[in-house]
Structures are given as structure tokens and as C-alpha cells.
Design a protein around this ligand. Structure first.
Ligand code: DQA
Length: 146
């Protein structure tokens, strides 16, 4: 059987705390809740997903390289606070061919000024922000259409 095109869904620091972390900002869904819905959606779209989370910048970089080497269809990336700080992550995205879709649950532009800068946005294929957990579903639809 041919393998399905795979979309990597990479989540950065503190996103393991979803469900209990500032639910008024990030919602009540856990990352497992989101993963479960994405699995169903991916199946309907004829895609496979590989969902991961790390609190370590280097893991996210290694996984981007891995997604690229594996010929992934796209990477959906919520880099958490590394969005606003990590030149290394930006360079990694710039250095690979796989398209990266930046996702944020909240709308960083409606929050503190230090969240207004994304080092990822200029090198991402596009950005989805402010739609809560639904943003991941929107990103997966976008990935399917690439
Ligand atoms: C976030 C927004 C970031 O500013 C923040 O540091 C996060 C989560 C979001 O999904 O809204 O950790 O990426």
C-alpha cells in the first residue's frame, strides 16, 4: 500500500500544558484533544499526521530537518514563544524546502508588544492565528490544498 502524504505538526514550549495553561487565552482543549481531531481530519483528507511537542528549541529544529528529509507535504508549526525569539528556527525554516504553516491559538498581535514580532512569519508559507484550536484544523486544510 502506498504511504499517505504526511504533515508534521510541531508544537513548541509550554504547549504540553494546553487545557490548564491560561485557558482564557488558549482554550480548554489539550494537545491530545487537538491531535485526536486532526487524526480524523487527516484521514478524511487522505493524509497522515505526525504530531509532536517539545520544550526544547533544538528538537523543533531537528524535527523540521527530519520532516524535510522525509519529504513531508507540509509542517504545521506552533513554535510558542520561540516564534518571537528564535533566529535559529527561522534559519531552519529558510533552509528547508518543506512548506511551513505558522499557527497560533491566540492572536499575538492583539497581545503584548513583545509578541508582535514573529521571526517565523517572513519565512513561513502563511500564518493562521487567533482561531483557538480550530487554527490547527484550518492549517491542515491549507496543507491539503498545497
Ligand atoms: C502561542 C502564542 C505565543 O506568543 C506564546 O508564547 C505561546 C502560544 C499561541 O499559540 O497563541 O506559547 O504560540
Amino acid at each position: 500500500m502506498a504511504t499517505l502524504p504526511t504533515v508534521f505538526v510541531l508544537n513548541g514550549p509550554n504547549l504540553n500544558l494546553l487545557g490548564t495553561r491560561e485557558p482564557e487565552i488558549y482554550g480548554a482543549d489539550t494537545l491530545d484533544d487537538i491531535a485526536g481531531r486532526l487524526e480524523d481530519q487527516a484521514q478524511a483528507l487522505g493524509l497522515a499526521i505526525d504530531m509532536r511537542q517539545s520544550n526544547h528549541e533544538g528538537h523543533l529544529i531537528d524535527w523540521l530537518h527530519e520532516a524535510n528529509r522525509a519529504g513531508a507535504k507540509a509542517v504545521i508549526l506552533n513554535a510558542g514563544a520561540y516564534t518571537h525569539t528564535s533566529i535559529a528556527l527561522r534559519d531552519a525554516i529558510k533552509g528547508v524546502a518543506v512548506p511551513v504553516i505558522e499557527v497560533h491559538l491566540s492572536n499575538p498581535h492583539a497581545r503584548e508588544s513583545f509578541r508582535h514580532v514573529s521571526h517565523i512569519a517572513p519565512v513561513a508559507r502563511g500564518t493562521i492565528a487567533g482561531f483557538g484550536a480550530e487554527g490547527y484544523a484550518l492549517a491542515l486544510d491549507a496543507a491539503a490544498r498545497l
